[in-house]
Write a protein that binds this ligand. Structure first.
Ligand code: MTE
Ligand code: HPA
Ligand code: MOS
Length: 787
């Protein structure tokens, strides 16, 4: 990758493949995460006492042994909270400490502050809680049957799906289970609360949403937002898991800090983090589809049952996004989507890269694959015949006209560069001669809507200071979680002021610098914070231009910023010289910037409008091999073509595409969450929960950014959001595995495969598929005899 990558814009700094601003700190261990902040004298450590029932009434709580344990300074329950016992981000249904009823195994009931973290954790285990068990609801189908929901059922419709399906030449119905996923950020949840004078509080929180934590902490303490400052320099990963749920840990740290007058650190270990916090929603998707002989979908209905857990959290928007993405790249003329937001006695599921979109997309991709196998067509042909058009068949089921559709172009290019058709034929040939090992291939596309679907969240602020030596400090409302937001925004500012990137010091997120910022989420971090920072830099630049024009008696058009210099008429000053002169002339060298995404609007009552500013596109071809005797499997080759518009930083964007894809593969293959009959998560550590590792990267991995691409909308330097969309490229691996299973029966019947496609599932799907193929063959033979 170099600065001249064809997908990048050709600015000096914006568009350059610069390393992550903290890369040298990450690799040397010098990057400061919250647990690395030098602790203040007397810092206490917190631990959470959690419920050991999925659903029960609390009969009594005896915490005397906890209080008497060595090192314990304070034990806190709900009654000790001065403000509100709630950290719910949308609806007040997330108690910090459970009171009369516990609603999931692992729910916070009380907290301990002790001198060391070991003392706090040991003490928290000594509680005696007496429960009276209540019947738990653990799965989404159980919740649907019981009518147990966290939010009302929603429906999106266009045309008449039922009648289109009824008259269609072909019809298929089925059910697909799609597993959840733990975010598995390398840095677990953590907060460090420092009480300050006059009832104010500073909280360092590992959060994608400092403003939300500020709000939650203020509520819990019973103070106002002006009295709480939340900072986050960086997270060791968030992946959505730190969008709403850091509040629990921050509130506990702040409450204990307020009560003891000491700084309190609340850091959960991996097992507790996995048990206490929400994951990607697992879905059970029922489909009913009618289609013609070419595989064109005439009508389709989906019933999406998303397991939300015990509370609403962000489940409303997440399940909405699943509905919005149930079309993926396909024009669905007659469609009916019903979405159940299932309330279960499990952890409250939350944001995870894609935010419901991946689950919605899996439904339609599975349906397309089923149609192709039913008609004995190449699934890619069925995909193509259903693609949205560019001038017609280009309105989504929520009435947004797609103005930037480039999926046909991306797929055509990828198909050619990856040699799809030839390889598909060669794989089929190879499979004929390989009785045990079977190969599979699939090409799947992605179209992902960019913007928060809640329109008001699409706003951002920034703060830029220029100092007398001509250097710049940059702050904005976004947070850094490894995705490279900070360097990209710094590149925008450096480009705007025509400075070297080294002239810009990036500073951590801080609610006292930029107020009311949205979560860094929905992949929109760079889009919105980049524009806000650009606006701030431009404000100062305009002041400098006006000043220079007046001072040197030239027209303002004759003041031109060039690399580290400013040409004013005939003469050239260094940027530093100009800044100095401006300072002496008392010109303000600090500015805020603000941005709100234009054009978007959307009526949640009717689910219509333009929720998304634009769409991000990509496609992947994956080839896999499976061992039909064991279900073991691996990727052999993956080719990706992804559209990032004009890349602000091709190195960062490539990292996002590669990482997102691999994370998507983990979701659909090895990452399996298991709960026992009592509702306890049994996969709460890397010993039992398998995320992909470096050795799982396919041996041949060809990732390219779409060249000569430009965002048709006016985004920052015409770039496109990249954070979440590539995750859904992982869907190609799932379908390649399905193809490999089908190979074992000569492609005569379609395998039933749920996600994640673990080795066990692949093995069982193979057995089940062979049985069905044998039955089908017997039936055909019997029919042949009769005939
Ligand atoms: N990349 C890294 N390395 N770490 C993360 O936690 N989160 C993802 C994505 N890429 C994440 C990541 C998610 S869920 C989102 S929404 C976006 O980054 C958020 O950042 P952006 O809006 O700046 O792209
Ligand atoms: N995406 C991600 N996070 C969000 C959204 C969204 O659409 N809405 C609220 N939080
Ligand atoms: Mo990402 S799931 O929008 O934090």
């Amino acid at each position: 990758m170099n600065a001249m990558h064809p997908s990048a814009l050709h600015g000096a700094v914006a568009g350059a493949a610069l390393p992550h601003d903290s890369a040298h700190l990450h690799v040397s261990g010098a990057a400061t995460y919250i647990d690395d902040i030098a602790e203040l004298r007397g810092t206490l450590h917190a631990a959470i006492g959690t419920s050991e029932r999925a659903h029960a009434r609390i009969v009594s709580i005896d915490l005397s042994a906890v209080r008497a344990a060595p090192g314990v300074v304070l034990v806190m329950v709900a009654a000790d909270i001065p403000g509100k016992n709630d950290y719910g981000p949308v609806i007040a249904d997330d108690p910090i400490f459970a009171t009369d009823v516990v609603q999931y195994y692992g729910q916070s009931v009380f907290a301990v502050a002790a001198h060391t973290v070991e003392q706090a954790r040991r003490a928290a285990k000594l509680a005696r809680i007496e429960y009276e068990d209540l019947p738990p609801i653990l799965t989404a189908p159980e919740a649907v049957a019981a009518g147990s929901f966290v939010l009302p059922t929603e429906r999106m419709q266009r045309g008449n799906a039922a009648s289109a399906i009824a008259v269609a030449p072909h019809r298929l119905r089925g059910r697909l289970a799609i597993g959840g996923q733990d975010q598995f950020y390398l840095e677990g949840h953590i907060a460090y609360a420092i009480p300050r004078e006059d009832n104010t509080m500073l909280v360092h929180s590992s959060t994608q949403h400092p403003g939300e934590v500020q709000h939650q902490v203020a509520h819990a303490l019973g103070v106002t937002q002006k009295d709480v400052v939340v900072e986050c320099r960086r997270m060791g990963g968030g992946f959505g898991g730190k969008e709403s749920q850091p509040g629990l840990f921050a509130c506990i740290a702040a409450l204990l800090a307020r009560a003891t007058g000491k700084a309190v650190k609340m850091r959960v270990d991996r097992d507790d983090d996995m048990t206490i916090t929400g994951k990607r929603h697992d879905f059970v998707t029922d489909y009913d589809v009618g289609f013609d002989a070419q595989g064109r979908i005439l009508g389709v209905s989906f019933v999406l049952a998303g397991r939300c857990g015990y509370s609403a959290d962000l489940s409303g928007s997440i399940n909405d996004r699943a509905m919005f993405h149930s079309d993926n790249c396909y024009y669905l003329e007659n469609v009916d989507i019903v979405s159940y937001r299932c309330k279960t006695n499990t952890v409250s599921n939350t944001a995870f890269r894609g935010f419901g979109g991946p689950q919605g997309m899996m439904g339609i991709e599975y349906v397309i694959d089923e149609i192709a196998r039913h008609l004995d067509l190449d699934p890619l042909a069925v995909r193509k015949i259903n693609f949205y058009g560019t001038t017609e068949r280009n309105v989504t089921h929520y009435q947004q006209t797609i103005e930037d559709n480039c999926i046909a172009e991306i797929v055509a290019e990828l198909e050619a560069t990856a040699g799809y058709a030839k390889r598909r034929a060669a794989i089929r040939e190879w499979n004929r001669k390989s009785p045990i090992l079977k190969r599979g291939i699939a090409l799947t596309p992605v179209k992902f809507g960019i913007s928060f679907t809640a329109t008001h969240l699409n706003q951002a602020g920034a703060l830029v200071h220029i100092y007398k030596d001509g250097t710049v400090q940059l702050n904005h409302g976004g947070t850094e979680m490894g995705q490279g937001l900070f360097i990209k925004v710094a590149q925008v500012v450096a480009e705007e002021l025509q400075l070297d990137i080294d002239a810009v010091r990036i500073t951590g997120s801080d609610t006292s610098k930029v107020p009311n910022a949205s979560a860094t989420a929905a992949s929109s971090g760079t889009d919105i914070n980049g524009k806000a920072a650009q606006a701030a830099a431009r404000t100062i630049k305009e002041r400098l231009i006006a000043f220079a024009a007046e001072r040197f008696g030239v027209d303002s058009t004759q003041v031109v910023f060039q690399r580290n210099q400013v040409r004013v008429g005939e003469q050239t000053l260094s940027f530093k010289e100009l800044v100095n002169l401006a300072f002496i002339a008392r010109i303000s060298l600090s500015a805020t910037g603000f941005y709100k995404t234009p054009k978007i609007h959307y009526d949640r009552k009717t689910f219509t409008g333009r929720p998304f500013f634009y769409f991000a596109y990509g496609a992947a071809v994956s080839e896999v091999v499976i061992d039909t005797l064991t279900g073991e499997n691996r990727m052999l080759r993956v080719d990706i073509l992804h559209d990032v518009g004009k890349s602000l930083n091709p190195a960062i964007d490539m990292g996002q595409v590669e990482g997102g894809f691999i994370q998507g593969v983990g979701w659909l293959t090895t990452e399996e969450l298991c709960w026992n009959a009592k509702g306890r998560l049994t996969t709460h550590a890397p010993s039992t929960y398998k995320i992909p590792v470096a050795s799982d990267v396919p041996p041949e991995f060809n990732v390219r950014l779409l060249e000569r691409s430009i965002n048709v909308e006016d985004t920052v330097y015409r770039s496109k959001a990249v954070g979440e969309p590539p995750l859904m490229l992982g869907i190609s691996v799932f379908h390649a595995l399905k193809d490999a299973i089908a190979a074992a029966v000569g492609y005569t019947v379609s395998p039933r495969l749920d996600a994640p496609a673990t080795a066990e599932r692949i093995l069982h799907a193979g057995v089940e598929t062979r049985e069905r193929a044998a039955t089908a063959a017997q039936t055909t033979a019997a029919a042949g005899v009769v005939a």
